[in-house]
Design a protein around this ligand. Sequence first.
Ligand SMILES: C[S@@+](CC[C@H](N)C(=O)[O-])C[C@H]1O[C@@H](n2cnc3c(N)ncnc32)[C@H](O)[C@@H]1O
Length: 353
Amino acid sequence: MQQQIDGQRVREFAGQLMGLYTGGMLSFMVDLGYKTGLFDAAAKGPGTSQEIAQRAGLTERYVREWLGALTTGGVFDYDPASRAYSLPPEHAFCLTGDHGLNLASMSQMVAHLGKHVHKVADAFKNGGGVPYSEFRPEFTDVMDASGRRRYDALLISGYLPAANGLQERLREGIRVADIGCGTGHCVNLMAREYPDSTFVGYDIAEDAIAKGSAEAKEMGLSNARFEVLDVTKIPSEPKFDLITAFDAIHDQVDPAAVLRRVSEALAPDGTFLMIDIKASSNVEENVGNPVAPFLYGISVMHCMTVSLAHDGAGLGTVWGEQVARRMLSEASFGDVEMGDAPDPLNSIYVCRK
Ligand SMILES: C[S@@+](CC[C@H](N)C(=O)[O-])C[C@H]1O[C@@H](n2cnc3c(N)ncnc32)[C@H](O)[C@@H]1O
């Protein structure tokens, strides 16, 4: 029997789909604005397409079309009488400046992951996944750019204070490892803030580790070092007093082994500080979370597939609180406190044995 189709719902859903595709296109426009310096140029004040192009040193015709997309997309205002485009100060705040709420760089993730759609589609058909190596070297910089300002703003004043007494211990001098450190910015920020502690950043990516070492050198840090290492093999002696993981557990090939190893490598009174995505493990509890589709999407396009590429657990970005708590308990963390991070996307797990 043929199912009745409600024409009104068809029209509504078709409109919703077109809205999704429009959002995708606008992400590319934001990425272009970020890469070309157009947002900084536009933030200086209202201007015609010619004036804004001149300020940024770019070709007017491209800039005018870009402004058309972002004006009709609600990012710019336009005054037809003067032909001036203006970026409202609140929008300029979210798209420019050296602070944690400049979200412009996150647009790069959409364009970067989009390049891999056909490979991920193959994995849907054939199993397996797309390994980290296929995303690099571009992923290294995209990840760095999307986290760097947030860490500058929140690492020392927002994330670390979540663990009672930790900052005092860092000031006194302890041994710290950051696992899955990427380009190591967190390691270097902590090493600068706590000169009496020693820090090591571990990652499997050689290019990321090289960038971490170069930044440590630039910052003149003698208490930070970096090592290419699979973190299922963190040295278990001498023990660490603090191990941190920033967004670095859910994409592991063998996250259970990593968590066990973290527990073994920690001193008895040590702390594991895990910053990871704020979500439920149950899809029904994520319905209504406006960023949940973005998170599941990142998972399909990156975090889950890099793990499945090596026959891994494929936990995915949205592994969520319930699974995280179970896995931490299975890794012998008897005391786990979880709270909201000072940014809207993450939770902080303070784990002790
Ligand atoms: C999502 S990125 C996070 C990077 C960094 N912590 C940040 O917040 O910008 C995850 C990182 O974990 C690293 N990684 C994944 N599996 C690993 C493993 N088994 N050993 C070491 N590093 C690993 C990846 O290379 C990547 O740099």
